[in-house]
Design a protein around this ligand. Structure first.
Ligand SMILES: [Zn+2]
Ligand SMILES: [Zn+2]
Length: 346
């Protein structure tokens, strides 16, 4: 076992504090990663505060991990010491179920293991990226291409794949009109990726406060959803709308912006159930869908795509002792656009 420094929430809703944790010995198919940067995802806050139900404490959050391999097990074939790598939301799965077999490990039905707030196959709790080092099976590690700096690559491991996967699945590309609801950590990557895929991109945000940023990130148009005229002007416009917000939306109103045969896909999840008049789907053969991160192979594809197109996240680099303050700022939507922890400060 290796003792490493980490930042952990000792209990639900308690502030995170510096502590130490144990990492397992490097097994036959494991790599030891010296973590350089860890992104702060909104779901870290949901889980550290038990917003999504009972959680495991102490909790070391962090599923946007970028670092360098410092040791490999005897059976490892994909990575060598010195490789630049990333770890996202998953560190293991059953590898045998129908979903695992087709690269949808995020939907494993036989026992997927989250990067933190989960129990690993060794029966021990998993601890995430707000720490100095992590030991992960090589099959759940992805390569960060040389063209991407590790700090701006870290958020791609969740925010990047969460938006890339549905944009690809629903055919974002040339001659397609794509709207992204919300310009936060997820939304800003959605805009960059949809633009790089060749789509005509519109941001739908509550106000025009971040309009200049949105256009710089690659949006062609930017509309305020607080203005009722937006919904009149854009009726029936979009092939695809990607909702990245977790606030409850008027889904009927947003579906009215979807073209015949188009889709509204959610990657943000409101905590409360929604109410919807199904005529907003029936009229126009529309689809209301969801999407959750992506499999390991698709995560690698996303990183390669981002490197090819020079896409990293827009980040605010922070010290570990600023994590609690950063959480408050994320909750206040006061971040442009992802906090990333310099793990050398842990
Ligand atoms: Zn996340
Ligand atoms: Zn499985």
């Amino acid at each position: 076992m290796t003792t490493v420094s980490a930042y952990a929430a000792p209990a639900a809703k308690a502030p995170l504090e510096r502590t130490t944790i144990q990492r397992r010995p490097v097994g036959e198919f494991d790599v030891l990663i010296d973590i350089k940067f860890a992104g702060i995802c909104h779901s870290d806050i949901h889980q550290a505060r038990e917003g999504w139900g009972e959680a495991i404490f102490p909790m070391v959050p962090g599923h946007e991990i970028a670092g360098v391999v410092t040791e490999v097990g005897t059976g490892v074939t994909k990575y060598a010491v010195g490789d630049r790598v990333g770890v996202g939301c998953l560190v293991d799965s059953c590898r045998e179920c129908e979903n695992c077999k087709v690269g949808l490990e995020q939907h494993c039905t036989g026992g997927g293991v989250g990067t933190y707030n989960a129990i690993g196959k060794d029966g021990e709790p998993t601890y995430g990226g707000y720490s100095e080092k992590v030991v992960v099976d090589e099959n759940f590690v992805v390569r960060i291409p040389d063209g991407l700096s590790l700090d701006v690559a870290a958020p791609l491991l969740c925010a990047g794949i969460t938006t890339y996967s549905p944009l690809k699945h629903w055919g974002a590309g040339p001659d397609k009109k794509v709207a992204v609801i919300g310009l936060g950590g997820l939304g800003h990557m959605g805009v960059k990726i949809a633009h790089a895929l060749g789509a005509e991109v519109t941001v739908l945000s509550q106000s025009l406060r971040k309009k200049d940023d949105g256009l710089k990130l690659g949006a062609d148009h930017y509309h305020a959803t607080s203005d009722p005229k937006t919904f009149e002007e854009l009726a029936g416009t979009f092939d695809l709308i990607l909702s990245t917000v977790s606030a409850p939306l008027d889904f009927g109103a947003y579906l009215s912006l979807v073209k015949t045969g188009g889709a509204l896909v959610n990657v943000g999840a409101p905590e409360e159930p929604i109410s919807l008049n199904l005529f907003s789907l029936i009229g126009g053969n529309k689809t209301l869908a969801g999407s959750m991160i992506g499999g390991i192979a698709e995560t690698q594809e996303m990183l390669d795509f981002c490197a090819e197109h020079g896409l990293g996240a827009e980040i605010e680099l922070i010290r570990a002792d600023q994590i609690n303050e950063a959480y408050e700022r994320v909750l206040a939507s006061d971040v442009r656009y992802r906090f990333v922890i310099d793990t050398a400060t842990i």
